[in-house]
Design a binder for this molecule. Sequence first.
Ligand code: DLL
Length: 439
Amino acid sequence: MSSQGVRSNIWDEVESLPRPEMEKLQVERLRAGIGRVSTVVPFYKKKLIEAGITADSIRSLEDLDRLPFTTKADLRDNYPFDLLAVPMKEVIRLHASSGTTGKPTVVAYTRNDITLWSDLMARTYAAAGATADDVVHNAYGYGLFTGGLGFHYGAERLGAAVIPISGGNTKRQLMLMRDFGSTVLCCTPSYSLLIAEGAEEDGIDLRSLPLKVGLFGAEPWSERMREEIESRLGIVALNVYGLSEIIGPGVSVECTEKKGMHIFEDHFIPEIIDPITNQRLPDGEMGELVFTCVTKEALPLIRYRTRDRTRLMREKCECGRTTARMERVVGRTDDMIIVRGVNVFPSQIESVLLQAGEIEPQYEIIVDRTADHMDELDVLVEAPAQIYSDQQRLVQLEKRLSYDVQSALGITCKVKLVGPREIPRSEGKAVRVVDKRKM
Ligand code: DLL
């Protein structure tokens, strides 16, 4: 549709602004945003004074280099509400994702933030060619996770008919998808393959249904997986990226050219930095993605370090958009793993194991993908000799630890006890995670 530069699927004209105009808009918004946080968020006020930065001194995007970074640890240290830039009475929604310790990362939205998020999600759908005529099957989880409600509000904003089915019960999903004539599928890429499997089991040919496009994200996936999804579901599969701290989904999305995800740069200014030296890297170089929110009210984070590794490009896309694009995320600079869409930190597992008391602090986390494309999480833990030789105690302890880890993470997980010194030792940094999922 877009290879001739037809811009019919551009929902907002700002996406095709000439670069100098976009940058002018970003600088104006950045200046206003810095002015706001430097007066209302004590954390930023202190940091900006220390760095000698005033809003008036922001003249170009180069000035981003002078601004302080914000990290996940800053969110944890200010848990739950100390980074908010508005009084609680202006907050109308809270969401949360896993943090590095037991406490989640909390994010908040004012009414204007929810309007902005809905608009950005409508732009996300539009990039995929969706319109008010579509029927959106939304199988992202509803709840504290931003996926469900983000895709829901965006579909309503677009004027499409949304089916708030959430995750799970695949057979029922298939029945409704067929009966309601869904045209757009929203879920994690791995769940789309489980849907395909369920359809094949029930003799449903998904390719004969009206389904035409899928918006997949919340976890890393590959071109090979795209090919598989597209052929098994008979749809165009597009990548959607986002994170709770910035807004949720609705940070960037692929257009139907499938050449990188267009960033909603009029609201989130992207940079790539070297995660070791913290220096900004030129376009095209691989590094850590950093975002500055310039229009959000409740939680306008400055230079937030996403820990996601990717590259930026700024050439105009065939679709007509001029916004910066980011490549597929290739990994993380920290040890967070994503299992069935849930963010998991090895440190969360470690603290549960150590609390249990009876085991050695030697463990290995193994993530694999089952034949039906579901992520599987196993934790191998060394048991001391006296427990390892007592079959009954061993089984009881495995059960208890599995239960404790599952309750802490909120996902199924098997703890398996192994004998003393069975976990490989490392001479340098311990390798705690073995990710066997074939990308
Ligand atoms: O996963 C928001 C989202 C929901 C995005 C639905 C897309 C679709 P969090 O739970 O805070 O938010 O997790 C954010 O997930 O830093 C990435 O590491 C990873 N991630 C999200 N989208 C992608 C993607 C949501 N398309 C973390 N490719 C991010 C690779 C992704 N990783």
